[in-house]
Ligand binder design. Structure first.
Ligand code: NDP
Length: 398
């Protein structure tokens, strides 16, 4: 009998808990705990047949988290709160001896910088305690890295060039909105670009490098080179990579809004004084922007995320390969009440948790998802709503 403690009650949590409830052979009992308990209750109310309990928690508070974990006694803690909570939740898991899974790497609240060093630093302590940390088990990071592991296991002897291509061709009908937590999203996409080439990181100005890329069943979309966290673990785990890049589509309207937001200082992460009260501009902005979890109802169109890889096949011959998933916002909403971006993150988080609970991805230490066997995960992905397509020896455009 498996019991999970899910932290956070936003869009990703809503999608993941829906899928956990559907997969009740594995997830017998689900406890959702978050800062605002009413949001946990709303998720539970939408799933009346599932065995779900809810609780209030400030996950930044390690002793409170330890108390909650000791009360609940879960088999796994699934962190679907924000990247700021990764370390306190990892600390609480370490203290209580419970394994951990998340979908985004740690980011300090006062510095828009994300890297794995903070979480990788737990490696020895998790190993000694005999517990597992599964890092970055959403879509990107998450499925994209598992796609790479699958490609290496089944099709390549060496991979040399990797381009992760992420297209959201959906339309939510709003002038400006972000698809997941606005604060985290805006911090991510306004960063300088960065990619790996010939053994070193090359930095670019934000959105400096862009070109049209053709996405299956969508067509060409202007795509921008940005830094994305899975590049860090992939170049470490696949040292044959000569180049690794990440591309994301943005519409002109989105970029114009983003530029204005930055130019007027609303993307700032430093606190400012407003009417005698300290506020952080980007947190205030989040409060006035549409809630990503509420975009689903009118969202039309598709996401398409995949990996384009060039290298040597098992016989040592040059090979190109493209593996991707297309996900419909409308289907995602119908199924879980969330839009495609929450869905494509929540489904892999549920499958990753199931991999641990079924003892398929269980080893002591801290791991990125590509360090586990991709086969059982890939076998589940289509079944739970994210079918994947492979194209061999095609023009990769990049
Ligand atoms: P939301 O903002 O919708 O949800 C975050 C939830 O965490 C909210 O319920 C929030 O509470 C809760 N929370 C925040 N701080 C705390 C705290 N201190 N203690 C307890 N709960 C807290 O975000 P999303 O659902 O869009 O995203 C969730 C995570 O998924 C993020 O880390 C994001 O980076 C990641 N992500 C990963 C992707 C991937 O492909 N790998 C893609 C998209 C997102 P409250 O309701 O009170 O605000």
């Amino acid at each position: 009998m498996s019991k999970v403690l899910v932290i956070g009650a936003g869009g990703v949590s809503t999608a993941a808990v829906h899928k956990m409830a559907e997969n009740s052979d594995v997830f017998k009992e689900i406890i959702i705990a978050s800062r605002t308990k009413s949001k946990c209750d709303a998720i539970a109310a939408a799933l009346p047949d599932a065995n779900i309990k809810t609780a209030q928690i400030d996950a930044d508070n390690v002793p409170e988290m330890v108390k909650l974990i000791n009360e609940v006694k879960p088999n796994l803690v699934v962190n679907l709160a924000l990247p700021y909570q990764d370390l306190p939740i990892m600390d609480a898991c370490l203290e209580t001896g419970i394994s951990y899974l998340d979908t985004a790497n740690y980011e300090p609240i006062d510095e828009a910088k994300y890297e794995y060093s903070w979480q990788w630093a737990y490696q020895d302590r998790y190993k000694e305690k005999g517990i597992t940390a599964i890092l970055g088990c959403g879509f990107d990071p998450g499925v994209t890295s598992i796609f790479v592991a699958h490609a290496v296991k089944h099709h390549f002897s060496e991979i040399h060039y990797l381009d992760i291509v992420d297209c959201n061709a959906g339309d939510h009908g709003k002038a400006f909105a972000t698809n997941f937590n606005p604060e985290i999203n805006i911090r991510e996409v306004t960063q300088p670009g960065k990619y790996w080439e010939n053994g070193k990181w090359i930095e670019t100005a934000p959105h400096e490098i862009h070109q049209p890329i053709t996405y299956p069943n969508i067509g060409p979309k202007e795509s921008y080179l940005i830094y994305h966290e899975e590049l860090e673990s992939l170049v470490k785990n696949y040292p044959t990579l000569k180049r690794a890049r990440f591309w994301m589509t943005f519409g002109q309207e989105y970029l114009t809004h983003l530029r204005v937001i930055q130019n007027i200082g609303m993307a700032g992460i430093e606190p400012i004084m407003y009417e005698g009260k300290e506020i952080v501009p980007i947190q205030f902005l989040k409060a006035v922007l549409p809630n990503p979890g509420d975009l689903g109802e009118n969202y039309k169109g598709w996401t398409s995320i995949g990996c384009r890889i060039k290298g040597l096949d098992k016989q040592g011959k040059e090979k190109t390969y493209y593996i991707y998933n297309n996900c419909s916002h409308e289907v995602a909403f119908k199924e879980t009440g969330t839009q495609g971006v929450s869905y494509t993150t929540g489904v892999p988080a549920m499958i990753g948790a199931a991999m641990y609970l079924k003892n398929l991805w269980k080893k002591p230490g801290v791991f990125n998802v590509e360090e586990f066997d991709p086969d059982p995960f890939m076998a589940e992905l289509g079944k739970w709503g994210l079918p994947w397509v492979e194209l061999h020896d095609v023009d990769l455009e990049l």
